[in-house]
Design a protein around this ligand. Structure first.
Ligand code: ADP
Length: 273
């Protein structure tokens, strides 16, 4: 279980990004974090693994308050947190397998990682993970030879190779088409359920969040303004999170995109007739 207790962050510039955010994510729960640009979503995710230093509050994973830890302890505890990024953050010239194994870097001695000598048990596990994310036959391909969806699957396998107690997922589908986005979200939700892993997913796509998340937290100006089941994310709640103007604009944007997609489907149909 992850617990944030009155988590706050004010940057040196004086910008307050988070104000007293308190919430718990139990094991196995996948929680979507939504909110307008600048609401504090990235800051929240980065405060949890202390890529951004919180200015107040606690981040408790299991029974350890990560905010209190010194450098060496923090390094050890960070192994427990798997990160999955929008842009995958793979090493392009390495193989899929090597990218997955790099998830073990926090565990193997430096000389072993330098020589890329991973223990056989790690290699065996990496194969199992590649099988789980559906990439077995791509193990020896270079990462830059893969499609966006496949690259995100490598990112997921790499995070799991760490044997994490928590997944932090930052805009996992922002660079993917709608169908691939749904496949990736489905894979993430299945994996959290199988491994009883808590996850926080920063997700800008509201319908996708509604479809796949068990719980949605809405941030606005650094505060939690919604924390409930996706079915309860009504127009009112969305207006509270995004503000009237922004929510209408987002909705209009979706409609414009749907119209454009329908238009192009019709044009395509006309071409093949
Ligand atoms: P979101 O991810 O929801 O778009 P962010 O966490 O990036 O929101 O930003 C929240 C607030 O913190 C914004 O006002 C932003 O300008 C500010 N902020 C983010 N990063 C920094 C930084 N490195 N230095 C100063 N202010 C920042």
């Amino acid at each position: 279980m992850l617990t944030l207790d009155s988590l706050s962050k004010t940057y040196k510039t004086g910008d307050t990004a988070l104000t007293e955010v308190s919430l718990s994510v139990p094991k196995g729960q996948i929680m979507g974090l939504i909110g307008p640009s600048g609401a504090g979503k990235s800051t929240l995710i980065r405060c949890i693994n202390r890529l951004v230093e919180p200015t107040g509050g606690k981040v408790i994973l299991g029974d350890v308050d990560l905010v209190k830890l010194g450098k060496a302890d923090l390094r050890r505890q960070r192994r427990r947190i798997g990160m999955i990024f929008q842009e995958y953050a793979l090493v392009e010239r390495l193989t899929v397998m090597e990218n997955v194994l790099s998830g073990r870097l926090g565990y193997v001695p430096f000389w072993r990682s330098f020589l890329r000598k991973y223990p056989p048990a790690d290699i065996q596990r990496a194969y199992q993970l590649l099988d789980r994310v559906g990439l077995m036959e791509h193990a020896s391909k270079r990462a830059d030879a893969l499609s966006g969806g496949q690259r995100q699957r490598v990112g997921i396998a790499r995070a799991l190779a760490q044997d994490p107690d928590l997944l932090l997922v930052d805009e996992p589908t922002a660079s993917l088409d709608p169908k691939t986005s749904r496949q990736i979200m489905r894979l993430l939700t299945e994996i959290c359920a199988e491994r009883n892993l808590p996850a926080i997913v920063n997700i800008h796509d509201v319908p996708l969040a509604q479809q796949f998340m068990q719980r949605i937290v809405g941030l606005r100006a650094g505060r939690v303004v919604f924390d409930d089941a996706p079915e309860l994310l009504t127009e009112d709640a969305l207006t509270r999170i995004y503000g009237e103007e922004d929510w209408n604009a987002m909705r209009q944007g979706d409609e414009d995109q749907a119209t454009a997609e329908a238009d192009s489907r019709e044009r395509l149909a006309a071409l093949v007739r």
